[in-house]
Design a binder for this molecule. Structure first.
Ligand code: ITT
Length: 191
């Protein structure tokens, strides 16, 4: 079985990856499990940061590594917080939700989208990046307790419930992360 490091320290992302990657038959470990350091995310794009994280983990572990850089873009915030989503919340999602709802109300524009850049890197420095996006709108109040991060605030197009309400059975079929993984699976020949 081929080994793969999931280069994330975010338990919510890791849980989704374990489900999404299961059909690929990798022996999966994580950078947290291996005690790998968290590199500084110095790029200002999703693919740039995904590559920094994947290469750092591949080089430190000597194994192929998969990293995800992702975030929520809000039209009323000019596409922010985007690549700065984790820093915008700084662990206080209730406050981040309130600031986003206030901005959407003020602009009367509720459009939002999630982006996921997925980078698969090899210890020799080779890498490939895949992008997935999911469009939708901001909920007028946070809804649901499932998932992680901004899940209670995002209602994907074609649905009336938030990612957090829809739960992993639905989210893992339609999410930005699922769409990026689908491209990786196609490249790896796993459907
Ligand atoms: P790693 O870098 O260790 O993977 P991180 O949480 O710092 O963990 P990012 O820098 O990519 O990862 O930040 C992504 C943030 O965007 C994440 O912390 C959430 O706030 C948000 N986010 C990304 N995908 C999400 C999802 O599927 N559901 C809810 N929020 C999400």
């Amino acid at each position: 079985m081929k080994k793969l490091v999931i280069a994330t320290h975010n338990p919510g992302k890791l849980k989704e990856f374990l489900t999404l990657l299961a059909p690929l038959g990798f022996e999966v470990t994580s950078s947290g499990e291996l005690g790998l350091p968290e590199p500084e995310e110095t790029a200002d794009t999703f693919p740039g940061n995904a590559r920094i994280k994947a290469l750092a983990a591949a080089k430190a572990s000597g194994l192929p590594a998969l990293a995800d850089d992702s975030g929520l873009s809000v039209a009323a915030l000019g596409g922010g917080p985007g690549v700065f989503s984790a820093r915008y919340a700084a662990g206080d999602y209730a406050s981040a939700f309130a600031r986003i709802i206030e901005a959407a109300k003020a602009a009367d524009d509720w459009r939002a989208w999630f982006t996921c850049a997925l980078c698969l890197a090899q210890p020799d420095g080779g890498s490939a990046t895949y992008i997935g996006q999911a469009y939708g709108r901001i909920a007028d109040a946070p809804r649901g307790a499932g998932g992680f991060g901004y899940d209670p605030l995002f209602i994907p197009d074609g649905h009336e419930q938030s990612y957090a309400e829809l739960g992993s059975a639905v989210k893992d079929k339609i999410s930005h992360r699922a769409q990026a993984i689908a491209q990786l699976k196609a490249v790896l020949g796993a459907g």
